[in-house]
Structures are given as structure tokens and as C-alpha cells.
Design a binder for this molecule. Structure first.
Ligand code: OXD
Ligand code: MN
Length: 638
């Protein structure tokens, strides 16, 4: 067993193994070296390597992973600088059932998080992490979420025994020794401990994707710590993303007066050259990356990408809500990404990509469902088995439904030139969406910030493959943050109300709800989506103009559920769509919405009196208006 030198006391050698509490104490002192030493004494790696995020470090690790069989290099002519990783078949998605949020009081985690007593959890973690890195290297990865030094950014240090995680973190965040300088100068860091939980016994061969059947993704929001064990995949292991930039940052934001949200960030430019910044929340795998990289079908409109998954939003000195994307890369869902759904992504993925769990072609390239209309005649599927289109027809996809690409943001052809401006951008509109086959119209504007918060609080979506669970089942996913909020969801709504109140009313973003996924009686989507979504964004921009420039033309009509586009306000020229389908898309059914409000009240019930009174009052008002509308036989929309 290695020894643990206690930097706090008289320098001596401890023979006992440090506990997670000892590790936490070293981090709390802001002493990165002592913290790393403590983690090493707990986990007993063969070596400790401090990473700098350099190209040479990346090259070294990539080579080693190819040697170990973790990565398959792709054909350099077809997909230069790119690799395929095949994960363990039991390590393919975020494990929400094993994700824990552990403040001292259960009530502070709220009813939608898995809470565990922090002391008990530390005991369990102590057992899991004891010797968990034996035979492996412990890498120290200092990283910044957001541009290094921006007042909107925060830093962290991840230790990990996975070289795959090191290389991925260097693409997804800003890794470098400048972060350690900031910590040395007194900036607090989020300590993030990660182990795949697969110690190697001397002489034992490694497997290409080490992991453990038991997993822990643990957050201690009060001490801002992250501990992740047993998985090497995505949000379970790249701890800057969901664990830090959402669960821990949401708590930091709550305490400091800002918001860490599961939102893409884009800039929309009109044919007249007016610029609008939109932050949009959608549950996992609902096409955020596609929307962030939208290729508008409306002539003269342009979208530039600022972020595709996470936004940190903070009231600025100018009274606007300023936002940055804390990430530096994209970890996107591959299936469904193709030349019609997202041409810019196809271009982005041409080189320097690490793919996970997609299929391999006979030419050494990658393929996934949706990349081309017809699959190749033969593939090696994500499990490494032979695959032909007959397997696809039999319901066995070649790529795992949650297969992913990891790529630097700088590869994104639609990336805004100023994407890493430390001042961020001023958000004009917030868009909330979910995957709803029925009930929710194509687009709806909130009547006020408070109404927008109600819209956010009631987002619901049919489940996708990004996490375990029954695909298709409808689940409430407030602000698309259900799996990502580090504190009580209802407190999160109250915090949204507080942040809104801190903004200049003239600069406060307008809030909208969208639903690209409504289906007709035949079960087919009513709205073509993708590039055509620009039509909805153009209406959003128009509404921003009407509010900001005090335009008097009418863009929206009131209804009991919010503002709907006024007849003719949504530009549908040239859209191959009949009037009936359009009317269906924008219509709302008072009966269905009455049921929706009942479900909302039921949903709010679990949060008790933490639900802000103004949200409950709005639901009551909406119910009364809907009852009157249903009674008069009224039917909203166009
Ligand atoms: C993601 C997710 O990976 O939301 O972005 O699951
Ligand atoms: Mn996401």
C-alpha cells in the first residue's frame, strides 16, 4: 500500500489509507497536490501523470490506446485523425439510477434526485475506491469550464485512471496548466475523482474497455465534489459535463445568483443583419445539436453555433442575461445525424473525431443509422459483430442508439467566430422544448417571465436512449434538468424567478415553448423540422423585435395557454404543407390542456410547499381560462 503524507499536520508518513473525507479535506484547503496525493494513497495507482492538454500528450495517449485495443484507428484517407471506441455493452449511457446528489439534508436534494446520507456515501466510496487504480496510471487533468479567466468561468481538476477520459476531456473542456496557476492564486476548484473501478492484478491482461458492474456517480453539492466510479462512458466519466457544468454548477449558480442550464446557445442573424441570441433547453437526444447547427431554409437567415448542450447564464452589469457555453467540444448523438438533418455536423465529423459505439465499414470508416439513406452491404456493428441490412430489418441497429461523437468545437463549421468571448452574449430569447406527440403546439410564447418559468417547470418529453429506461414513456423533465439539477427542482424554479427579477425588464429574454414532434392521426410528424425550424426561430426573433422596438404590428394572439402566432405571422411560404396540417400544429385542445394542468398539479404535489406560489396561481388561472374556453366550445389557434 502506498503511504499518505498528511500535508496539514507535522510532515510524517501515515500508514492508514486516507478516506474520501481526508481527500475532501485536502481539496477544501485548495491544495491540489495534497488532494492528488490523497487520492493516489486511496486508489493506489502505479503512476501519477500530470496532464497539460498538449498535442504531444494527446498523440501519446492515442497511440497507447490503439495498442491496448481501446481505440480502432479509422482509415486516414477517409476519416483522418479519427478513432472508434467500442465500450463494454453494459456501459453505454448515463446511469441515472446510480447518480446521487448528497447534501447533508435529504430535502435539499429534492424528491427527484437520489439522495444518500453524505457520511454513509463516503464510507461506500471509500470501499469502492480503495485500491481501485492498482496497475493503472492516475492522470491529473486540470480544466476550465468556460474561457480561462472569464468571470463567467469556473475551474476543476479531474483525476482519472482512463486515458480515454483524458483525451476526451481535452476535447470537451479547456485543459491546461494555466488552470493550476489560477488555483495556486486562490481560485476555488471543483475536485472530481474518477475511476473505472477495474484494478489490474499484476500480470493480468487489460480489457479494451475496463469498467465495473457497480457504478457510482456521486455529487457532494456543499463541498462541490464529484466522485465517479465504474463507468468510462460520456456523462458518467467526462466529469466537466453533466456532473460539474450542470449538477455542481447549478448549486454554485443558486448560491451566487446565476443559472447553469441544459441549453444550447445560438446566434440568429436576420436578412437585415439584426442579431438575436437564443438559449434553448430540450431533454437529452431531442436534437439540440441539430438546432444549434441549423441550416435555415429561410433565405437570408443565418445561424451561428455558440454551444450545443450547456449554457451558464448570469445577469450582467448591463441588466441583460449574459451566457457562455462552458464546454469546448461536442459530445453528440450519432444516429440521426446526416446530410439532411444536420449537414454542418457531417462536415464537422470529417476528421479528428473520437466515435463511440458506431458501426465500422469494411473500408475503415464509420456508419450509423441516418448517416446515409441506405446502409452499406456489410458492417461491423457496435458490439464488434458482423452486420448486414437484414440485421437492421430485424431490429438490430448497427450503431448503438446512444452512440456518440466527441469533437472539438473548433471543428464546427457554423461555430461563431467569437464563441469563446469571455463576456458571453446577451440572451434575447429562451426556448423550451420537448418531444410531445400530442397536446403541445408547434410554438407558444409565454406572457411573462413567470409564465415562462411555468413553461420550463412543466416541460415533458418522451424518453430517448440517452439514459436507461423505457424509450417512448412520457416523463416530466422541468427545464430539461431533471437528471441534472444538483438541488430541489422546485427551488430551481424559485431561483429562475429570482434571476428574472434581477434583470432589466427591457432586456429580459422572452420565453417560448416549441414542439417539433407533434404527430397527425396517421402517427407521422406534422412539422418537417430541421432547417424548417428556422421559420419558428424567425417568428421568435420577430416577437423579440416587437417587444424591444415597440413595433405595433400584431405577431401573436392570446390564448389560455399563452401567445400563439397570429394568422400569417409564421412564415410558411414555400413549405409543402397543407393548411389543415398547419392548423393542427398550432391548435390547442382545451380538454387536453385541462388534463395537462391536472397532471401539472399532480407533479407539483411531490414538491410540497417548495413550489413557488406564483406558479401554482398561474396553473389555477390557466385552469379557469381553459374551463371557460372549453365551456364556450372555443378552440384556440389558427
Ligand atoms: C447528453 C445528454 O449527453 O443530455 O448531452 O444525455
Ligand atoms: Mn445533454
Amino acid at each position: 500500500m502506498s503511504t499518505f503524507t498528511d500535508a496539514a499536520g507535522p510532515r510524517g508518513v501515515r500508514t492508514r489509507r486516507p478516506t474520501p473525507a481526508d481527500v475532501a479535506a485536502a481539496a477544501a484547503r485548495g491544495d491540489v497536490r495534497a488532494w492528488v496525493e490523497a487520492v493516489a494513497a486511496l486508489t493506489e495507482p502505479d503512476a501519477v501523470v500530470w496532464c497539460d492538454g498538449s498535442a504531444s500528450e494527446r498523440a501519446r495517449l492515442l497511440d497507447a490506446m490503439v495498442g491496448a485495443g481501446t481505440l480502432v484507428p479509422l482509415d486516414p484517407g477517409r476519416r483522418p485523425g479519427s478513432y472508434l471506441a467500442r465500450s463494454d455493452p453494459d456501459d453505454v449511457a448515463r446511469v441515472e439510477s446510480r447518480t446521487f446528489v448528497c447534501p447533508s439534508r435529504r430535502a435539499d436534494a429534492g424528491p427527484t434526485n437520489n439522495w444518500r446520507d453524505p457520511a454513509e456515501m463516503r464510507t461506500e466510496l471509500g470501499e469502492a475506491f480503495a485500491g481501485s487504480m492498482r496497475g493503472r496510471t492516475l492522470y491529473v487533468v486540470p480544466f476550465s469550464m468556460g474561457p480561462v479567466g472569464s468571470r463567467l468561468s469556473r475551474v476543476g481538476v479531474q483525476v482519472t485512471d482512463s486515458p480515454y477520459v483524458v483525451v476526451s476531456m481535452a476535447m470537451m473542456t479547456r485543459v491546461g496548466t494555466a488552470v493550476l496557476d489560477r488555483v495556486a492564486a486562490g481560485e476555488p476548484f471543483v475536485p472530481a475523482v474518477h475511476s473505472v473501478g477495474a484494478p489490474l492484478v499484476a500480470g493480468e491482461d487489460d480489457v479494451p474497455w475496463p469498467c465495473n458492474a457497480t457504478k457510482y456517480i456521486v455529487h457532494f453539492p456543499e463541498s462541490r465534489e464529484i466522485w465517479s466510479y465504474g463507468s468510462g462512458y460520456g456523462g458518467n466519466a467526462l466529469l466537466g459535463k453533466k456532473c460539474f457544468a450542470l449538477r455542481i454548477a447549478s448549486v454554485i449558480g443558486r448560491d451566487e445568483g446565476w443559472l447553469a442550464e441544459h441549453m444550447l446557445l445560438l446566434r440568429l442573424t436576420s436578412p437585415q443583419g439584426r442579431r438575436y441570441h437564443v438559449a434553448a433547453a430540450f431533454p437529452s437526444a431531442c436534437g439540440k445539436t441539430n438546432l444549434a447547427m441549423l441550416h435555415p431554409t429561410l433565405r437570408g437567415w443565418r445561424v451561428e453555433t455558440l454551444g450545443d448542450d450547456i449554457a451558464w447564464l448570469q445577469p450582467g452589469p448591463d441588466g441583460a442575461l449574459r451566457a457562455i457555453n462552458p464546454e469546448a467540444g461536442l459530445f453528440g448523438v450519432a444516429p440521426g445525424t446526416g446530410p439532411t438533418t444536420n449537414p454542418a455536423a457531417v462536415e464537422m465529423l470529417a476528421r479528428d473525431v473520437i466515435f463511440a459505439n458506431v458501426a465500422l465499414t469494411d473500408e475503415g470508416d464509420v456508419w450509423w443509422e441516418g448517416l446515409t439513406p441506405e446502409p452499406p452491404a456489410h458492417l461491423v456493428d457496435w458490439t464488434g459483430a458482423d452486420w448486414t441490412p437484414a440485421d437492421g430489418a430485424a431490429g438490430r441497429p448497427a450503431a448503438h442508439p446512444n452512440s456518440r461523437f466527441t469533437v472539438s468545437a473548433t471543428r464546427c463549421p457554423t461555430l461563431a467566430a467569437d464563441w469563446d468571448d469571455p463576456e458571453g452574449v446577451a440572451v434575447d430569447a429562451i426556448v423550451l422544448g420537448g418531444r410531445r406527440a400530442t397536446t403541445v403546439p408547434l410554438v407558444l410564447q409565454a406572457e411573462s417571465w413567470e409564465h415562462g418559468v411555468l413553461m420550463g417547470a412543466t416541460v415533458a418529453s418522451e424518453r430517448t436512449a440517452a439514459a436507461e429506461g423505457q424509450v417512448g414513456e412520457l416523463r416530466r423533465d422541468p427545464f430539461a434538468m431533471l437528471p441534472f439539477c444538483g438541488y430541489d427542482m422546485a427551488d430551481h424554479w424559485a431561483h429562475w424567478l429570482r434571476v428574472g427579477a434581477a434583470l432589466d425588464p427591457a432586456r429580459r429574454p422572452l420565453v417560448f415553448q416549441v414542439n417539433w414532434f407533434r404527430t397527425g392521426a396517421d402517427g407521422r410528424f406534422l412539422w418537417p423540422g430541421f432547417g424548417e425550424n428556422a421559420r419558428v426561430l424567425a417568428w421568435v426573433a420577430d416577437q423579440v423585435d416587437r417587444a424591444r422596438l415597440v413595433r405595433t404590428d400584431v405577431g401573436a394572439v392570446p390564448s389560455p395557454i399563452g401567445l400563439l402566432p397570429a394568422p400569417g405571422a409564421l412564415d410558411t411560404a414555400g413549405l409543402a404543407m397543407d393548411e389543415r396540417a398547419l392548423a393542427e400544429l398550432l391548435a390547442f385542445d382545451p380538454g387536453a390542456w385541462l388534463r395537462e394542468t391536472e397532471r401539472t398539479e399532480e407533479f407539483f404535489g411531490q414538491f410540497g410547499d417548495r413550489v413557488p406560489g406564483s406558479l401554482r396561481a398561474q396553473v389555477s388561472r390557466m385552469r379557469a381560462a381553459l374551463a371557460a374556453s372549453a365551456g364556450s366550445g372555443g378552440h384556440g389557434g389558427q
